[in-house]
Design a protein around this ligand. Structure first.
Ligand code: THU
Length: 130
């Protein structure tokens, strides 16, 4: 199954009764397995979590710590782009050149990378004085 197919299929399971905006995310780990996630909202709105965060949690629970590729999909007018927090979360586990495919349900695609989504990201290097 392609990464986009996995994200598309899992999107149906999103729990988004408040925004009605269902998002599916799929991550291919360095070992080749696919890990999926959906957004999970809450009546206390800030407690909701994004699809990317769910896919990362599934990846970590499966014993994988490195991201090889990402796909995200929503029923949006233009391909959906990860929020700022999710960009930082993706950067924790994926190199700057990791491919991220932004998708919508009309078949539009935008190809980007973790590095392009989060230029100037905060890294451990800032915490170390040599
Ligand atoms: N959302 C995601 O799951 N991923 C994104 O990349 C953008 C936004 C979710 C959060 C919330 O449940 C809904 O979409 C509307 O913001």
């Amino acid at each position: 199954m392609t990464l986009i197919d996995a994200a598309t299929r899992i999107r149906d399971r999103a729990y988004a009764p408040y925004s009605k905006f269902k998002v599916g995310a799929a991550i291919r780990g360095a070992g080749g397995d696919i890990h999926v996630g959906v957004n999970v909202e809450n009546v206390a709105y800030p407690e909701g979590t994004c699809a990317e965060a769910g896919a990362i949690a599934a990846m970590i629970a499966a014993g994988e710590t490195r991201i090889a590729e990402v796909a995200v999909i929503a029923d949006s007018p233009i391909p959906v782009s990860p929020c700022g927090g999710c960009r930082q979360k993706l950067a924790e586990f994926g190199d700057k050149d990791v491919k991220v495919t932004l998708c919508n349900t009309d078949g539009l695609r935008i190809q980007t990378t973790i590095g392009d989504l989060l230029p100037g990201s905060f890294t451990e290097d800032y915490m170390t004085r040599t």
